[in-house]
Design a binder for this molecule. Structure first.
Ligand code: NCD
Length: 316
């Protein structure tokens, strides 16, 4: 197994074989998590701090659970209540935490690039849990694991990513990963929610769901990220659902065995029909949550192996 990285900041720097390494180890952790006794020692003796400057349900919970199952000492910083509110900068907070000698820092931040900046200032391994519209690497990895397990492979699949592409770090990390693994990618959504210059990426772009979904193997829906919009992107939620919301009729244009994905949190009745989201014959949304814990265990395990292989930088 080769994974020579100090941090996990994005999918961009990863090679296909490194992605496969993470997914193979994640598969082992899926089995592990289904056991009654879920305690291992891969992170024993290490301190993991979760710093979430933006709200999160499943990402934060799964990083916390992943760390605890691997024996780390896990601390969740309540960023809303922290000194950031008193005017301390991100870097000041990071330096303060750094002085407490954490080994793994899991960071979510509303600004693209903030997590990379922080990684340059601290001595520990940093995992990006989502920075602005930039990257959300563990989400793309858990999506990849879900696809690989459902379809038996992660190459030469036809995959549609639908909805609010422009504001989505999930779309960006998925695009990078699925492209590296040689899949055919289609982006479907209103032109106002497509990032500019996206054609250069080697993807096909559609603004009609029925056309775009034709014969795809995977349908990945995205949340309409209202908090990142400053007006005028969509006419109304009702109109949006009518044109771009996934329901059984539109899904009928995809392959018969196509799977439906959504990273959560879902706006039912806006980007996806609630009944379809709950249909265990088509939707793998709950599998994605399960894969999330395993992928985060594998990612932290691999980074910890690299940490342990290096001599301690400060022991005094
Ligand atoms: C995503 C995120 O925060 O980027 N959610 C997640 O991590 N499961 C997607 C979203 O917020 O829509």
């Amino acid at each position: 197994m080769r994974f020579d990285h100090r941090h996990l900041l994005g999918i961009e720097p990863l090679r296909p074989d490194e992605i496969t390494t993470i997914l193979d180890l994640s598969d082992q952790y899926v089995d592990f998590n289904r056991r009654r006794d879920k305690h291992a020692n891969a992170l024993a003796g290490l301190t993991q701090i979760n710093m979430f400057f933006e709200n999160s349900t499943r990402t934060q919970a799964s990083f916390e659970l992943a760390g605890k199952r691997l024996g780390a000492d896990v601390m969740n910083m309540a960023m809303q209540a922290s000194s950031i509110k008193k005017g301390e900068t991100l870097i000041d907070t990071a330096m303060t935490l750094n002085a407490m000698h954490p080994d793994l820092l899991v960071v979510r931040h509303p600004h693209s690039g903030a997590v990379d900046l922080l990684a340059q200032k601290v001595n520990c391994a940093v995992l990006n849990a989502g920075d602005g519209r930039h990257e959300h690497p563990t989400q793309a990895l858990l999506d990849a694991l879900t696809i690989r397990r459902a379809k038996g492979r992660l190459h030469r699949l036809s995959i549609a990513i639908c909805g609010d592409i422009a504001h989505s770090r999930v779309a960006r990390s998925n695009l990078l990963l699925l492209h590296k693994m040689e899949n055919r990618i289609r982006l479907i959504g209103p032109p106002t929610l497509m990032p500019s210059g996206i054609d250069a990426f080697g993807v096909e772009v559609f603004d009609d769901m029925r056309e775009g979904l034709k014969d795809v193997d995977v349908v990945m829906m995205l949340r309409l990220q209202k908090e990142r919009m400053d007006g005028g992107f969509i006419p109304s939620e009702r109109e949006y659902y009518h044109r771009y919301g996934l329901d059984a009729e539109k899904l009928g244009h995809a392959k018969e065995d196509a799977i439906v994905m959504h990273p959560g949190p879902m706006n039912r009745g806006v980007e996806i029909d609630g009944t379809l989201a709950d249909d265990i014959n088509r939707s793998v949304i709950q599998d994605q949550v399960e894969m999330g814990v395993a992928v985060r265990m594998a990612s932290m395990d691999l980074l910890a192996r690299n940490l342990r292989a290096r001599p301690s930088e400060v022991m005094t």
